[in-house]
Design a protein around this ligand. Sequence first.
Ligand code: GCU
Length: 680
Amino acid sequence: SGEDGYRLWLKYDRLNQQSITFTNYVPFAQSWYVGGHSATSKAISDELEYAFNGLFGKSHRVVQQNAKLVIVYGADATTLYPQHARQLSRLNDEGYLIKIVGQGQKQKVLVLANTDIGALYGSYALLRKIQTGTNKAALNLESQPQTDIRVLNHWDNPNRHVERGYSGQSIWNWHKLPTYIDQRYIDYARANASIGINGTVLNNVNANAIMLRPDYLKKVKALADTFRPYGVKVYLSVKFSSPQLLGGLDTSDPVKTKVQQWWKDKVAEIYQEIPDFGGFLVKANSEGQPGPGDYGRTHAEGANMLADALKPYGGIVMWRAFVYANEKNEERSKQAYSEFKPLDGQFRDNVLVQVKNGPIDFQPREPYSPLFGATPNTPMMMEFQITMEYLGFSTHFVYLGPMYEEVLKTDTYAKGQGSTVGKVVSGGVFPYKYTGMAGVSNIGMDRNWTGHIILQSNWFVFGRMAWQPDVSAEEVAQDWVKMTLSNNQKVVDSVTKLMMSSHETTVNYMTPLGLHHIMGTGHHYGPAPWVDNLGRADWTPVYYHRATKDGIGFNRSPSGVNSVAQYLSPYRELLSNPDTTPEKFLLWFHHLPWDYKIKSSGRSLWDELAHRYYLGVEQVANIGEQWNALEGLIAESQFRQVQMSNLIHLQEAKWWRDACMLYFQSLSGKPIPDDLAKPQ
Ligand code: GCU
């Protein structure tokens, strides 16, 4: 069948001719105009042509005077529509206005922007409104991104293996580049542009220096040229020891002139090929990667050297805060803050520090990283994982929107109440020069791009939340379902509901009540809470759950390792006491006896743990049942793909439950509560 997931949310299937959406919008498809002559303006026309032919079976571009849909930008917009010039002038370069003006035969839709890229975003927004069956009257829109840098991070290696990728090989075919431009590259750029993603870091943070070699830069240039019309800038991850590995120098010490010069020359070479190159992403002194620490220099000294080289061209550095080492005499969750908080104010103004949402590592649930809100002078850039390293790879039905939302809406109290993480990230708490959000991509060569149709929604919601950190995860889920699966109300309601509870469901059968890092060693797939012999505590499950016959959980309160001190009041006090700690983080911050009484349910901790594990499995079974009830309402091939994955999902939820219950029971010595201990 044609519907195997390749087209993502840009399906544009034919609308029913009797539908209100068809009747309402068909006049615009038959009479549209796009101003300008740039490559982006052509990309807009191509998209409209394709979309309107799909949706309406007809599309007709006309001269501007006759058009019922007018898409113009820059001077064209303000000259033709001076009445909207003021509103336009308040928007940034990427923003857009959509207006519906006039009545009856004279009715027009205007998409206005300051630049061609803004017009591109506005056009995709208009198409989305049509795809989701929006009433014409609701078409007055004004939108602009709230963060500057909205990038995917590909953990793709030059040999096409994707670290933590579960959707096939890397989509970058380095062998055939720069000459062979796969249609996928264009479709990738379209998909990103449609949700506002404006950059991509092509290669793994565990970087291979080869990417900076002249022959590879030609390949990178070919991708940059392909993406440019869609507003997607190219960035590279760089290895800090490149001056030695590629340049033959005897050091990569950032204070040495020859090292600085090597980077300056390399950056000049890059900009010769790619005049709008975005900049560098760096993982340094983390998990064995080289960095300034090798020479006794700070992260700021390392980042600033690169920032100085990029500055003349407008490039930026995204320096990762994911640093920890077992040798350090400090608990892992505290290390990033300890390292970076004192450096606040020492970074150049074209450096952003990119920090994972939580203080450990993309666990199914973590409290937010206390670095958000802690650095008035250093932009903290959010790093979310879209790929599902700790969340079931590409077999579990998990929509991450609610998880991102939970993090972004949490209050840091950095400048009093309302200083949410989302506001910090978008520069609304401290006036950062640059702001950004990165998502570790789940894209691969699989026909459906992400290995599981539902997981396409995580790419989608990442883009939407990077554009607007306070957008509702539910609204985005609805849009995605309508655009990807069906506009049928039963499908929309039922799938949105399943998506919205799916993250909590996964937390229930994997790591309820704040448990974390109890996955299989190395691969991180499936349960392994019993592993106790890795030789380093910070990778060892028993170190994180700390279960014994007396109780379970990690005491990070003031009587323990006191990571709560890194949070601001009043959150800090809340987390210091188990009775006021949100239950979802209970065992993250506290070690408690098995018979500790859980407030919300009145159950003992042991019984509550059991209840959550069992509930998680029931919820996964429910996903399967609800999904099966949609047979016939969703394209057969999409329906079957998800149905088959649901079977794996259920098996694995049971695996998690049974493994964890049996193991923890071997310590607690307590029985599975009667109401659960029935045959499953
Ligand atoms: C995790 C992940 C690694 C990755 C690292 C990082 O530890 O397992 O594969 O390299 O995060 O974010 O740098």
